[in-house]
Unconditional design. Sequence first.
Length: 327
Amino acid sequence: MLFEWRALTKNDVGTWAKLLADVERADRVGENYGADDLADDLDNPLLDLAEGTLAAWDGDRMVAFGLTACRPAADPVHQMNLWGAVHPDYRRRGLGGHLLDWAIRNTPVLHGRRFPGRPLELLMSVFEGNEGATALVARAGMTPVRWFYGMSHDLGSEIPAIPATTPATGLPGGLRIVPYREDMEEAARQVRNLSFADHWGSVPHTPESWKSSIVGVQAFRPEGSFLAQEESGKIVAVLLTHYFEADTEVTGVREAWVQIIGTLREWRGRGVAGALLAHALTEFRAQGYGKAGLGVDAANPTGALGLYTRAGFKVEHRTATYMLPLG
């Protein structure tokens, strides 16, 4: 069978969402996307639509896609992720291999334009139990370098109390928890960048990438986002939340997705993140969410996995990140 291969356009988001819905029904990994969410992905200023996307079509049906975008920085290495999927009815026909070969050829071109002379790695995440994708990346010479957990908290269950570090607020050093406001956008970005500086694979967000992927997308929920603040007004920790309506349409459950939670290094180990998370969970339930979710690096150096487990989160799925050096 011959397929038409072409780059994605913004007119394709509806068909693309249909493909991803069919993939989720088969694979059941808990990832659902609406057309609006995908439109935000295509609006990423670091994504070259013409050369950083590719889709296979069988008539008017999208049956496979791949997408790889540059990142805001390349320190110490530029890591470009390949996100892709093949329709369950079209697997074992070489479409996944074609997309991976395309990414291996094409990412060095995109990388060279943005970060010439810098090292490059191609990354791809594979869900545990996906034998086809695991075999595909292994054949391409990719090796697993990191493992991530998707975790969830049933908000119908007990929410752990805020640690009683101080009687008045449950927070150390006179800190207080405040809701996110638009005028805090830049301070929140700075705290995120500083708190994630020692995280594997993390690079600083620029104001442009921050807006295009975190606070400027339709999924961002400022009313479900919170910050820990000193008496002076300085922000020392952030928790930012996204909500995906496509998930609710499929599951019938409103899930608050904790997109970012980070604490400045000098405030770590003092109960700030735990208090911020407990506050957010209480607010999520009051706002009508039935579930909270987040992702975590299994080897996170800050002890995040233990924090989330103590807060009542349980592992729902696991992914391995595979890497191939290309630079």
